[in-house]
Design a protein around this ligand. Structure first.
Ligand code: ATP
Ligand code: MG
Length: 333
């Protein structure tokens, strides 16, 4: 598998300003030291509750937000600098589907103008070729040609999401940050849009960073998953690692919260959820440091890492250090 994007030690801290002089009194640790990488053609899932920092990571990747520290490496090159991004066509190759389709589509522009914008910015097509490409994109996302000159408010939520997708795929991107692409849609339309995203992934070998607060949705989309809480990752692993062998109490709680569709299993599921809730109440403190933040990640296996203390790692029979400890050990200090 070829690595496409790597994020190392990413931190985004927003200053909180208070008082008459507007002095910085504290920081919001929106993202507080995360590491992960996305391979070509792969879907990487990013899951966590509201406010955990998911959109912030996506915004840094597409360049809408600045990292406080840390690196974004694309095809082996650090793309933190705008000049490198330009040289590598990064802004064309990496696109975003926004969380809120209504506010991310300009209400004064027609579908044609909305999809034409990235094409004007990044592809130097003549008018005929651009028209053809826009019509082709409408076909790809399954919207009828007659909608070309309609405005966003004239569409349903599911259709609007498709316009957002058409805009994101217009420039044949390599990576799409899909921020809650289906959360605003009802269940039947969700499945349609997800299947459609999978189809274009296969056809064009697109990688996704798939952001969602819903583990149930992520399960059907991703190869690898990161669980995020309070700006940090608490667990990363393959789909099996997370769904079959979750270790962190926060992951277990998210898993227990997935609704059970099978009526026969409902009672069993409810009992399990209550047991996890009790475990959470009793042992919550073991999983968070004195400031209430998750511990740094330690490797359990090559694919599976969990936020835990050294003692917990030793008890689990693994001796791996945190990224920092391993860097120190490598440096011979
Ligand atoms: N521009 C900003 N200035 C200050 N704080 C911000 C800013 N943007 C985000 N935050 C804070 O950073 C934290 C993470 O926000 P973010 O939008 O990344 O969360 P999220 O995981 O995407 O949540 P949701 O699931 O609700 O979309 C929140 O506490 C939020 O209040
Ligand atoms: Mg968000």
């Amino acid at each position: 598998m070829t690595e496409l994007l790597r994020i190392t030690d990413l931190k985004v801290h927003y200053p909180i300003r208070t008082g008459f002089w507007n002095r910085i009194s504290d920081y919001v640790y929106a993202v507080d030291g995360v590491n992960f990488s996305i391979n070509e053609g792969e879907t990487y899932g990013l899951v966590g509750e509201s406010g955990s920092g998911k959109t912030t990571i996506g915004s840094v990747i597409v360049g809408l937000e600045k990292a406080t520290t840390g690196q974004v490496v694309y095809k082996g090159q650090d793309v933190t600098k705008a000049s490198t991004r330009r040289k590598m066509n990064y802004n064309r190759d990496v696109q975003m589907i926004f969380q809120d389709s209504m506010s991310s589509l300009n209400p004064r522009k027609t579908v044609y103008q909305i999809i034409a914008e990235p094409l004007r910015n990044f592809e130097h097509l003549d008018n005929n070729a651009r028209d053809k490409r826009i019509k082709q994109l409408l076909d790809i996302v399954g919207l009828p040609q007659r909608t070309l000159y309609q405005y966003p408010f004239q569409f349903s939520g599911g259709q609007r999401q498709r316009i957002g997708i058409a805009r994101a795929v217009a420039t044949n991107p390599k990576l799409i940050v899909a921020d809650e692409p289906v959360s605003a849609l009802d269940l039947s339309v969700q499945a349609q849009v997800l299947n459609f995203m999978k189809d274009i992934q296969k056809e064009f070998n697109i990688s996704y960073l798939f952001i969602s607060h819903d583990l149930g949705v992520v399960r059907h989309m991703t190869n690898n998953i990161a669980i995020m809480h309070l700006g940090r990752f608490v667990e990363i692993g393959t789909r099996d690692d997370v769904f079959e062998d979750a270790q962190h109490i926060y992951t277990k709680r998210l898993l227990a919260a997935i609704p059970e569709m099978d009526v026969e299993n409902r009672d069993k599921n409810k009992a399990h959820r209550l047991a996890i809730e009790q475990q959470y109440q009793e042992h919550h403190a073991d999983y968070y440091d004195a400031n209430g933040r998750p511990y740094p990640m330690r490797k359990l296996t090559d694919t599976h890492s969990v936020a835990m203390t050294k003692e917990q790692a030793q008890a689990a029979g693994v001796a791996s250090g945190t990224a920092e400890e391993e860097a120190l050990a490598k440096g011979g200090k």
